[in-house]
Design a protein around this ligand. Structure first.
Ligand SMILES: NC(=O)C1=CN([C@@H]2O[C@H](COP(=O)(O)OP(=O)(O)OC[C@H]3O[C@@H](n4cnc5c(N)ncnc54)[C@H](OP(=O)(O)O)[C@@H]3O)[C@@H](O)[C@H]2O)C=CC1
Ligand SMILES: O=C1O[C@H](COP(=O)(O)O)[C@@H](O)[C@H](O)[C@H]1O
Length: 510
C-alpha cells in the first residue's frame, strides 16, 4: 500500500468548470473513501472575488455536482469535508498577489500540519501555465526546503509540437521532470489500465499480439454530446487535437508498446515513448489526404427533437471548418507491427457514447471448412473502455446439427460482475497517484512531444487544405459516410448494430 503524506492541494482556476465538475467531486470521493491523509487542505485560487465560505458553498454545499451525494450523506460529514477547503483571491496585481498567496500557504501549512508538501494543480487556460510556474518560483514557492513540490498540468498540453516543446522547456525552468504531472484523464480509467494487465498478466494474448496474428486494430471513440459550453475552446482545437493527440494516442501506445521490464513508472513510460516514436509519420500531403478524413456535425432531428449543428453552437465561428469528427489509418514501423493497419475514429454528436478497442485477428490461413461462411468473420478481442466496461472475445463455434455451420460466440468479462466493482473515477485515481508521488499514469514530456510529432503534419496538411476530405454529417449519425471507405480494405468499422444502445443511449458490450 502506497502512503499518502500530509499535504496541501492548491488549485489554480478554482472558480472554473473543471474544479466544480471534476476535481472537487473527486477529492470528496477520496475523502469519503478515507484515502486522504490525516492532515490535508485544498486551497482554491483564481481571480474571482470570493471568500472561503463562498467557495465551499459553490463547489460543495450548493454544488449541483455534489448535491445528489450530499442528500444521502450525513450533513456533518459533508461540512467536515467543506471545512478542508479554502480560497485565495489572486486579484490582478500578480507580483503582490503571489506574495500574499505564499503567506497564505505558509499560514495554512502551519495551522493544518501539512508538512510543507504542496501540489499545485493548474486548471486555468493553458496560456497561463508557464506564467503561474514562474510566479510560484519568484514567490519562493517552488523551493523544496521543507516538504516536496508537485505540479499537475491540465490538458491541452500545447497546441502543436513547437508549443508543447516550449511549454516543457518553460516548466522545466522551474520544476524538474519528476515534479511535473501532465494529466490525461483516459489514463485514469480502469479499463485503459486494464489494457496493460490484459496484455502482460496473461500468457494467452501476448504470443498472438503481433503482425502474424493480428489483421488490424480498430479504435472508436464516440460521444453523443456536441461541444456543449466549450465551443470557444473547441473551435480552436478540433477532434484531432482534443481527443486524438492525447487520449487516443495514449491508448494506441498501450496497445503497441513492448513489455516493460517492470511496472515501474519510468519503465512503462519508456516503452510508451518507444511505441509513439514508432508510429509512421505521414510526411506528404498525398499520404495524409488518402489516410485521414474529417467531418463536422450539422443540425438534425433526433427522436423528434431538433439538434443544433456545430456552427450554431455558442462560441463557435459560424463559418468554422474545425473538425468534430476525425478518422485515420496509420501504421507502426517496428518488428511487431509492420504492415498492420490501425484505424482510429473519434467524433462528437454521434448515436451513442462508446470508447472501445477492437483487435481483429487474421482468419486461419488454411480453409478446412470450404463450403461454409466460416472465414467471413474474424476473431475479435474487444476491450470496452466505456461504458459497460469489460472485455469480450468473439470466436466461431459449431451450430448443432448437420454439416459445419459456424456462428460466432462471445466469451466475456464485465467489470460490473466483480464483487468489488467500485470503479474509481479517473480524476480520483489520478489525483491520488499524484498525492502519492506515482507518475505512471501521467504523460512524460517526451511522450507528449512524440504524440505531437505524429499529429503535426496532419494538422498542417488539414490547415493548408481546409476543404479536402472534410464532410458534414448529421448530428446523431456515425460520422461522414466516406469514413467507411477508409477502412474498406479490411472488414469495415464495427457494425453499428453491434454497438447496441439501450433505451437510455447506453452502449452495450456485445
Ligand atoms: N472543463 C472540462 O471539462 C475540461 C477542462 N480541461 C482543461 O482544464 C482547464 C480549465 O478548464 P475549465 O475549468 O473548463 O475552464 P474555465 O474557463 O471554466 O475556468 C478557468 C479558470 O481559470 C481561472 N483563471 C483565469 N485566469 C487566471 C489567473 N491568471 N490565475 C488563476 N486563475 C485564473 C478562472 O477564474 P477567474 O476568472 O476567477 O480567474 C477560472 O477559474 C483548461 O486548461 C481546460 O483545457 C481539460 C479537460 C476537460
Ligand atoms: O478531454 C476531453 O474528454 C472529453 C471526453 O471524456 P470522457 O471521459 O467523457 O470520454 C471530451 O468530451 C472533451 O471534448 C475532451 O476535451
Amino acid at each position: 500500500m502506497k502512503k499518502t503524506l500530509n499535504q496541501m492541494l492548491i488549485i489554480f482556476g478554482a472558480s472554473g468548470d473543471l474544479t466544480a465538475r471534476k476535481l472537487i467531486p473527486a477529492i470528496y470521493n477520496l475523502y469519503k473513501g478515507q484515502h486522504l491523509p490525516e492532515n490535508f487542505v485544498v486551497l482554491g485560487v483564481s481571480r474571482s472575488n470570493m471568500g472561503s465560505e463562498e467557495f465551499r458553498s459553490k463547489v460543495v454545499l450548493e454544488s449541483e455536482f455534489l448535491q445528489k451525494k450530499i442528500a444521502k450523506e450525513e450533513k456533518d460529514f459533508v461540512q467536515k469535508f467543506a471545512d478542508k477547503l479554502y480560497y485565495e483571491d489572486l486579484g490582478t496585481d500578480y507580483d503582490a498577489s503571489y506574495e500574499k498567496l505564499a503567506k497564505r500557504i505558509n499560514q495554512l501549512d502551519e495551522e493544518h500540519g501539512t508538512d510543507g508538501n504542496l501540489i499545485f494543480y493548474l486548471s486555468t487556460p493553458p496560456s497561463l501555465y508557464e506564467t503561474i510556474a514562474k510566479n510560484l518560483h519568484d514567490a519562493g514557492l517552488t523551493k523544496e526546503e521543507k516538504g516536496w513540490r508537485r505540479l499537475i498540468v491540465e490538458k491541452p498540453f500545447g497546441y502543436n509540437l513547437k508549443s508543447a516543446k516550449a511549454l516543457n522547456d518553460g516548466l522545466h525552468y522551474y520544476f524538474n521532470e519528476g515534479q511535473v504531472y501532465r494529466i490525461d484523464h483516459y489514463l485514469g480509467k480502469e479499463t485503459v489500465q486494464n489494457l496493460l494487465v490484459t496484455r502482460f498478466s496473461n500468457s494467452i494474448f501476448e504470443p498472438l499480439w503481433n503482425r502474424r496474428y493480428i489483421h488490424h486494430v480498430e479504435i472508436t471513440n464516440a460521444e453523443t454530446v456536441g461541444v456543449e459550453k466549450r465551443g470557444g475552446y473547441y473551435d480552436k482545437s478540433g477532434a484531432l487535437r482534443d481527443m486524438f493527440q492525447s487520449h487516443l494516442l495514449q491508448i494506441v501506445s498501450l496497445i503497441v508498446m513492448e513489455p516493460p521490464i517492470s511496472s515501474d513508472a519510468e519503465e512503462i513510460r519508456d516503452e510508451k515513448v518507444k511505441a509513439l516514436k514508432s508510429l509512421r509519420i505521414m510526411k506528404d500531403e498525398e499520404t495524409i489526404i488518402k489516410n485521414t478524413l474529417r467531418g463536422q456535425y450539422v443540425g438534425s432531428t433526433i427522436g423528434g427533437k431538433k439538434v443544433k449543428g456545430y456552427r450554431e453552437e455558442e462560441g463557435v465561428n459560424p463559418e468554422s471548418t474545425t473538425e468534430t469528427f476525425a478518422a485515420l489509418k496509420f501504421y507502426v514501423d517496428n518488428w511487431r507491427w509492420k504492415d498492420v493497419p490501425f484505424y482510429v475514429r473519434t467524433g462528437k454528436a454521434m448515436p451513442t457514447k462508446v470508447t472501445e478497442v477492437v483487435i481483429h485477428f487474421k482468419t486461419p490461413h488454411h480453409e478446412v471448412f470450404k463450403s461454409q461462411d466460416v472465414y467471413k468473420k474474424d476473431n475479435k478481442l474487444i476491450i470496452r473502455i466505456q461504458p459497460d466496461e469489460g472485455v469480450l472475445l468473439k470466436f466461431g463455434v459449431k451450430v448443432p446439427g448437420l454439416g459445419f455451420h459456424v456462428e460466432q460466440a462471445n466469451m466475456d468479462f464485465y467489470y460490473s460482475d466483480l464483487d468489488s466493482a467500485q470503479v474509481m473515477d479517473a480524476y480520483e485515481r489520478l489525483l491520488l497517484d499524484a498525492m502519492q508521488g506515482d507518475t505512471t499514469l501521467y504523460a512524460r514530456a517526451d511522450e507528449v512531444e512524440a504524440a505531437w510529432r505524429f499529429v503535426d503534419p496532419i494538422l498542417e496538411c488539414w490547415e493548408n487544405n481546409p476543404s479536402v476530405n472534410t464532410y458534414g454529417y448529421a448530428a446523431g449519425t456515425w460520422g461522414p459516410k466516406n469514413s467507411d471507405e477508409l477502412i474498406e480494405d479490411s472488414f469495415g468499422w464495427r457494425n453499428p448494430g453491434d454497438l447496441l444502445t439501450d433505451e437510455s443511449g447506453f452502449c452495450i458490450l456485445c
